[in-house]
Write a protein that binds this ligand. Structure first.
Ligand SMILES: [Zn+2]
Length: 379
């Protein structure tokens, strides 16, 4: 009887809701079939991301709150109000259709003034229109290409090469600018194919001009999102360090709660390490002075080992700091491999090593900040 009562309660609760949906005017989402993951990656392999889709207010040159609000709710540095994702990559990387569709534009966008370059420019752009199985219409946009291999009116299939990546238009470095739009009446608001997974409602979906975002990547097809700085060991002719920091991955999705989405890579440079190098007595420090002490293991010449920030079981190629919080500041940090002698080998980003001085500073590296803008030819 208890069950029957509950069932009656449930039906009594649901029926008015169904009636509400049936009577609601317009073409709200209540009438639409759900969206299912359908997209493939716009490129092969992995490239870091330098600007994410700003969920707080995706209007470039109008937003000025000083950060990008990522789909997992973290405030990140980058081009304020950025629409879509910037993936720095070598010029000439093949760019692929994320879904079956029609080419609505392929060629040079109309020239416009580019603030970061201080001049008027035009870039090569491809725009695809996609009809998803639920009846909704989306655009996918690929910008700053060096070469276009499709033309307006072409039908393309998922994975088809649309052109090659480049650095045309308003761009301060070779990269793919990838963004999507979701049709809303006669408008094409910015849509994030990674969806929104943070607490509370997506600010962009609440905006009068906004639209809600949904995870649309097929399983295993979403481009991974991370930011890192990497260099070969001892890049300067005067450097002679047997052990060097060769990579700092400082931003990964939700690294505030998944600190193993970031790591530091240490490499034994075979030019200066002819025998296995003992890690005993070495420390890894961040700009706050927090330190990880290496265990008593040895690294073969030419070999690398990664120190993940979170917890885990060490292997021959991975160590774990054991933290529950990230170690590396997305807004700038200075990774320091401190030798038993006290001399640090540095790899910094975003001026993170600016305050570190003195003898033993073997390297200072500051990553450039990528900027871009567009004059997109939407249908
Ligand atoms: Zn961009």
């Amino acid at each position: 009887m208890l069950f029957a009562n509950r069932w009656r309660l449930l039906v009594g609760f649901l029926l008015p809701l169904l009636g509400l949906f049936a009577c609601s005017p317009g073409s709200g989402p209540a009438h639409e079939a759900p969206l299912h993951p359908a997209l493939a990656s716009p490129f092969q392999g992995e490239f870091q991301v330098s600007n994410v889709n700003d969920h707080e207010y995706p209007f470039q040159f109008k937003d000025s709150n000083g950060y990008l609000l990522s789909w997992w709710g973290e405030r990140l540095p980058g081009v304020d109000g950025h629409q879509g994702y910037d993936f720095p990559m070598p010029e000439g990387t093949p760019l692929l259709a994320v879904y079956d569709g029609e080419v609505t534009f392929a060629g040079w966008e109309n020239p416009f003034y580019c603030p970061p370059l201080g001049t008027t420019v035009s870039g090569l752009v491809v725009v695809l229109r996609h009809h998803l199985p639920n009846g909704e219409v989306f655009l996918s946009i690929y910008a700053h290409l060096s070469e276009v291999r499709v033309k307006a009116g072409d039908q393309v299939r998922t994975g088809q090469v649309l052109g090659l990546s480049g650095n045309t238009g308003c761009s301060t470095g070779p990269h793919l600018h990838f963004e999507m739009r979701r049709r809303k009446g006669t408008e094409w608001p910015v849509f994030d194919p990674y969806g929104w997974s943070s607490e509370g409602e997506d600010p962009w979906s609440k905006h009068p001009s906004g639209v809600s975002s949904v995870w649309l990547w097929m399983e295993g097809k979403a481009p991974p999102l991370f930011s890192e700085v990497s260099l070969p060991p001892n890049p300067k002719p005067t450097d002679r360090a047997p052990l060097a920091i060769t990579r700092v991955r400082y931003m990964g999705v939700s690294d505030a709660t998944n600190p193993n989405n970031e790591f530091v890579e240490i490499t034994a440079d075979p030019r200066f390490a002819s025998t296995p190098v003992s890690l005993k007595g070495f420390l890894l420090k961040n700009k706050l002075g927090e330190a990880f002490a290496f265990p008593d293991i040895a690294l073969e010449p030419g070999a690398s080992i990664r120190v993940y920030s979170g917890q885990g079981s060490p292997t021959g190629e991975t160590l774990f700091w054991g933290r529950t919080q990230p170690a590396w500041d997305n807004w700038g940090d200075c990774a320091q491999l401190v030798y038993p002698s006290g001399a640090p080998y540095l790899l910094g980003y975003r001026s993170g090593c600016a305050s570190v001085q003195g003898l033993g500073v073997l390297l200072k590296e500051e990553a450039g900040v990528l900027q871009d803008a567009h004059n997109l030819p939407l249908p």
